[in-house]
Design a protein around this ligand. Structure first.
Ligand SMILES: C[S@@+](CC[C@H](N)C(=O)[O-])C[C@H]1O[C@@H](n2cnc3c(N)ncnc32)[C@H](O)[C@@H]1O
Length: 209
């Protein structure tokens, strides 16, 4: 992927639907056919094998489809109608539909688990409280958010541009009032923008009550 491609993707971050209309999902920098390795490890090490999972900002739908193969009951949402239309053609096992996480139509306490792979890091600091409010509302009591985002340890991508490169402290600041911070690990995205960008993987449990 060239710098020109990168610029075009950034330009399109604000026009998700056009971006999904005009491009093949397999060519998108975040496309990962297999289940994200950090989530896979988490599922295996905690013997998770049932529950209601939301794949937030599902995009190509691959993560949702992999979760459904592991017998979870999976819903997957995205702000882009084109992304959802394309994903629906790949699986009937997942309940795909259009939803904006910042103004979500999902019901209170609808999920045991939520996977956010690359959505939280799109939002500015001012939008984070609204994101946290919605996640807290739609997670069941003691529900868990698995959050994967770009890390500020990644120095090969411009740090004043989207996606935001986050520190562990920024995750703690956003979530600590409403969530128990179980872990925030240093990790990588398998491949994006032609590199393996440094990432953070956080396990956040909704505080009860
Ligand atoms: C970096 S992509 C990640 C896609 C997918 N999670 C994956 O890992 O393959 C970010 C996704 O978030 C979606 N998105 C952006 N803003 C959103 C919002 N407010 N609500 C729901 N989805 C959103 C985009 O359409 C895009 O598919």
């Amino acid at each position: 992927m060239t710098n020109k491609d990168l610029k075009s993707i950034k330009k399109n971050f604000l026009g998700w639907d056009d971006y999904y209309k005009e491009n093949k999902v397999e060519d998108m920098p975040w496309y990962e056919k297999n289940l994200d390795h950090d989530l896979e490890n988490e599922i295996k090490s905690n013997n998770l094998d049932k529950g209601r999972f939301l794949d937030l900002g599902t995009g190509p739908g691959t993560q949702a489809i992999q979760l459904a193969k592991r017998k979870f009951e999976v819903t997957a949402t995205d702000i882009s109608q084109s992304a959802i239309e394309k994903a629906k053609k790949l699986s009937t096992e997942v309940n795909f539909f259009v939803d904006n996480v910042l103004d979500s139509k999902l019901s209170d306490r609808e999920f045991d688990f939520i996977f956010d792979r690359g959505i939280f890091h799109l939002f500015d600091v001012s939008q984070r409280p609204q994101y946290v409010k919605q996640i807290k509302r739609i997670l069941d009591d003691n529900g868990i958010l698995f959050l994967k985002c770009m890390s500020n340890a990644e120095k090969n991508l411009p740090d004043d541009d989207m996606p935001h490169k986050l520190s562990k402290q920024e995750i703690m600041d956003a979530f600590e009032n409403d969530f128990e911070i179980h872990r925030i690990d240093d990790t990588v995205f398998n491949e994006a923008f032609g590199i393996k960008p440094k990432a953070l993987f956080a396990v956040l449990k909704k505080k009860f009550p």
